[in-house]
Design a protein around this ligand. Structure first.
Ligand SMILES: N[C@@H](CCC(=O)N[C@@H](CS)C(=O)NCC(=O)O)C(=O)O
Length: 291
């Protein structure tokens, strides 16, 4: 038996993004299934995960139901001590845990006023005093992590750890609502936007799942500030350079054109998520040949 993970709409469910990153970013396999926010309360769509009422929720291989993102992080860290969910260094670990907990329970104005919507990059949003307050607090704790942990790379407490998974949707909000932050906070935000796992989630969010009206806002929109995707488009026919889908190994039926070349996939979703952000998919980039 393996892990089962139940998630909400990729475009909107910030807690689900955290839950998914806690598996994906740490090399832990899970069978994933989705509820849709257009189909009523999450609880009603996951009776087999009772008593869980929210997404993400996970079923452990022994059957235990874990129905909260922070609990999923702790449980995976206990069950996979070498996966790196928390830094090994005690000071970095304590700092990471403290910040993940603050994210989990705080930043209410930012979360309320700027719900994650990975399909939009707003330009016309004017932050309230409460949102500005949350942004200043983010700058404080992120700078504190850097000063305390002195990471060599872009992540808060050393290598990418669970605390970074917890802040990934915050980076999405800063990007999606055009929020002005300090240079160091912007650099951390940019690291999330460029992270291949984050980009894969967003690519899938762009091409699969309903639009959910309650997340729509009327602000002007611009271009997503993350790395520009390679220019690719769906095309009706092959022949493709590859006979088998880079993801499933099955025969190709759906095609894209990129750089004057045609590649095939085993279904429309595999093709469309690649069109959305080809460079985020190592299996595709391997056959494309520019890894
Ligand atoms: N404390 C929970 C919060 C999870 C949560 O609120 N998830 C939302 C979606 S992002 C949800 O499932 N809402 C229930 C619903 O929409 O019916 C966690 O950390 O996982």
């Amino acid at each position: 038996m393996t892990y089962e993970l139940i998630l909400g709409d990729r475009a909107y469910s910030s807690w689900s993004l955290r839950g998914w990153l806690l598996f994906e970013r740490f090399g832990i396999a899970a069978n994933v299934r989705f509820v849709s926010f257009n189909d009523g309360p999450a609880a009603e769509q996951m009776p087999d995960f009772a008593p869980a009422r929210t997404v993400p929720s996970a079923r452990m291989p022994d059957g235990a139901i874990v129905s909260d993102s922070l609990a999923i992080a702790e449980e995976l860290a206990s069950r996979h001590p070498d996966a790196g969910h928390w830094p090994a260094d005690p000071t970095a670990r304590a700092t990471a845990r403290s910040m993940a907990a603050e994210m989990h329970s705080g930043f209410g104005e930012l979360r309320e006023d700027c719900p994650m919507n990975l399909r939009c990059a707003y330009t016309g949003f004017a932050p309230s005093a409460g949102v500005l307050n949350d942004l200043r607090r983010l700058e404080t704790v992120w700078d504190h992590a850097r000063d305390t942990c002195e990471p060599a790379g872009p992540w808060l407490c050393g290598d990418y750890s669970a605390v970074d998974a917890f802040f990934a949707p915050v980076a999405a909000r800063i990007a999606g609502y055009g929020l002005a932050v300090s240079a160091s906070a912007q650099a951390y935000t940019d690291a999330h936007l460029a992270d291949p796992a984050f980009r894969r989630w967003r690519a899938m969010a762009l091409v699969q799942g309903d639009d959910v009206a309650r997340y729509a806002r009327d602000y002007d929109q611009g271009t997503w500030p993350g790395p520009a995707p390679l220019v690719a488009k769906a095309v009706p026919d092959g022949p493709a350079e590859n006979a088998d889908c880079p993801y499933s190994g099955k025969p190709v039926t759906d095609f894209l054109a990129i750089d004057g070349r045609v590649f095939g996939f085993c279904n429309g979703f595999c093709r469309d998520k690649t069109v959305a952000d080809a460079a985020a998919w190592p299996e595709f980039m391997e056959i494309y040949g520019i890894m």
